[in-house]
Design a protein around this ligand. Structure first.
Ligand code: SIN
Length: 298
């Protein structure tokens, strides 16, 4: 069905579209919001360029059209808005890990991970600092029927410990030191999620396992889980499943964590990059078994 309110231009085979025709510094009408929601279901991640006048309050208002704010477990919100966090890397942090510099689905160690993330560019390096996205629908759909059936019965154990635990990457405060990150023992908590989740809006199945937060399979050790997880992590981000967004001043990205992973490329040492991020809460990920009765009842 054609769009009436917005222009949607797909730019990669797997996912990713640019949206024109909206000014995010102003409130949007219901029809425009409904079209943006349709565009993200169809394209998985969408991008709005030229939104340079946006404030944190504008970003928060736009995000809220899509649900309630999610929890930001290990990063403090901005004074201007508690649900907007600053993602910053200073020019002198060249060789250090950046925030988001590993393939992941946002906060997937939470019981109810975010459905949507919004990321807005405030200051960009002259080159580099792109963000990549990978379709987890295609990652799942291109597995063999046998492996798909096996994975549909498995849960993964998710935890934030490698990033935010007492000995995690960000516990070394030389890493991402320009960000307001907290680390601690609460990051050791573990949560179970299905390795194949069913998207509540599209009804499609997506692989849900990422190297940042998926520790192992339920009832298996990390050592036992590692070979199959390593295969799935590589499968998740095959080049033909990805798109790459090159930021421009005032651009805002919106992605659906229920069906994409993303990766912030750390290739701009010597330059500053500052972004603002907010998340909108999703539902507890549904397994294939849980989703079936729901879909039959529709
Ligand atoms: C993130 O993982 O949310 C950060 C992405 C980016 O900075 O490009």
């Amino acid at each position: 069905m054609a769009y009436q309110r917005i222009t949607v231009s797909r730019f990669a085979g797997a996912c990713g579209a640019e949206i024109e025709g909206v000014d995010l510094t102003r409130p949007l009408d219901d029809d425009t919001v409904a079209e943006i929601r349709r565009a993200i279901v169809e394209n998985l991640c969408v991008f709005f360029r030229g939104q340079g006048g946006m404030t944190d309050a504008d970003q928060a208002r736009f995000a809220r059209y899509f649900g309630a704010f999610g929890r930001e477990p290990f990063v403090e919100g901005e004074e201007t808005h508690p649900n907007v966090i600053a993602v910053v890397k200073e020019a002198d942090e060249g060789g250090k890990p950046n925030f988001g510099g590993n393939w992941h689905s946002d906060w997937s160690f939470l019981e109810t991970p975010p459905a949507f993330t919004f990321l807005r560019a405030l200051e960009l390096p002259p080159y580099g600092g792109d963000t990549m996205f990978a379709s987890q629908y295609l990652a799942y759909e291109s597995l063999s029927a046998g492996l798909r059936a096996t994975l549909e019965g498995l849960n993964g154990v998710y935890s934030a410990r490698r990033s935010y635990g007492p000995t995690g990457a960000f516990a070394d405060n030389r890493n991402a030191r320009s960000m307001k990150i907290r680390t601690g023992p609460e990051a050791l908590e573990e949560v179970l999620h299905p390795i194949v989740r069913v998207h509540p809006e599209s009804g499609r199945r997506a692989l849900y396992a990422n190297p940042a937060y998926t520790m192992r399979f339920e009832n298996m050790s990390e050592r036992e889980s590692q070979p199959l997880l390593a295969y799935l992590f590589a499968q998740s981000v095959r080049p033909e499943f990805t798109c790459r967004f090159t930021w421009s001043a005032g651009a805002l990205a919106m992605w659906d964590n229920r069906c994409v992973q993303h990766f912030a490329i750390n290739d701009y040492g010597g330059f500053r990059r500052e972004m603002r991020r907010s998340t909108i809460m999703g539902e507890r990920p549904l397994s294939v078994g849980e989703a079936r009765p729901m879909r039959a009842a529709e």
